[in-house]
Write a protein that binds this ligand. Structure first.
Ligand SMILES: [Fe+2]
Length: 279
């Protein structure tokens, strides 16, 4: 399936946020790639897209979204998808990703990425939606595992079994969020290492790392902290198992100075470099 660009991404990238636009354009840091939140650039013209185009002239970019609602029983939103396709034609991203989740029902939207009941019925529906979107966009999607705080009683399979089957049916690729799988594992009582070792071979094209927040009896995925030690440990095992898959530092709340993100990216880069040196 064609892509929007052949420009590959490697190493540890950073999520592009507006407060860092000018610093990045002025200093041209040696960050290998950036990821942007697609929906932030759906407007016509304006400063955000101006800055993104300048950044794209210097770096490969990936598009990451939260709005496809691929798991919803609502029809796919082709207006949303047309805007995404237009942005992709303009920016030529290396990858386009969204989540194993749903955000709308009966046309009403919620502001959370909600998990699916992992049943045969939802698998068939989700795979069909991914196939339709890939056809429309003309590229493979990367589907990201969500962090979750609730589950369903009526399920036919685990999340990792659902993902493995989804890849077979929809021929999509994966974005493996190491923080999300750790957070969900703690919240639901499953082993994130078992999840990792069940991922379909050769399908994880990108990894996410972020920081969670500890609540009284659960972990909350806020993307507002440095990556926590147990997530770094799981990440080291991930890179050992999958190889040096391009990795993104995600930070969406209380966004720090750019140098803090660079420091986190350097840590991820070191894990990948150590793995390559040991191979
Ligand atoms: Fe993520």
């Amino acid at each position: 399936m064609t892509r929007f660009t052949d420009k590959p991404i490697t190493g540890a990238g950073i999520g592009l946020r507006s407060r860092h636009y000018q610093e990045i354009l002025d200093t041209k840091p040696s960050i290998p790639w950036f990821e942007v939140l697609s929906e932030n650039y759906f407007g016509v013209g304006g400063l955000p897209i101006y800055h993104l185009e300048r950044v794209r002239e210097l770096y490969p970019v990936t598009l990451h979204g939260v709005g496809m609602s691929l798991g919803s029983a609502d029809p796919l939103n082709f207006d949303y998808l047309a805007r995404l396709k237009k942005l992709a034609e303009q920016i030529e991203p290396t990858y386009i990703s969204d989540h194993l989740a749903w955000i709308s029902i009966d046309g009403r939207h919620v502001h959370d990425l909600l998990p699916l009941p992992y049943t045969e019925e939802t698998l068939a529906h989700f795979a069909d939606c991914v196939l339709q979107v890939q056809d429309f966009l003309g590229c493979r999607l990367l589907i990201e595992n969500p962090s979750s705080y609730m589950g369903y009683k009526e399920v036919d399979m685990t999340e990792w079994e659902f993902i493995a089957e989804l890849v077979k049916r929809a021929d999509c690729d994966l974005l493996f969020d190491v923080n999300n799988v750790y957070v969900s594992g703690q919240n639901h009582g499953f082993d994130p290492y078992e999840y990792l070792h069940s991922l379909p071979e050769g399908r994880v094209r990108e990894i996410h790392l972020a920081g969670y927040e500890e609540q009284n009896n659960y972990l909350f995925d806020t993307h507002g902290y440095r990556v926590h030690p147990p997530v770094w440990e799981l990440y080291r095992e991930t890179i050992k198992h999958l190889g040096p898959v391009p990795t993104l530092i995600e930070w969406d709340n209380d966004i720090p100075e750019f140098e803090v993100l660079v420091d986190e990216a350097n840590k991820a880069q070191k894990v990948m470099s150590d793995r390559e040196a040991a191979a």
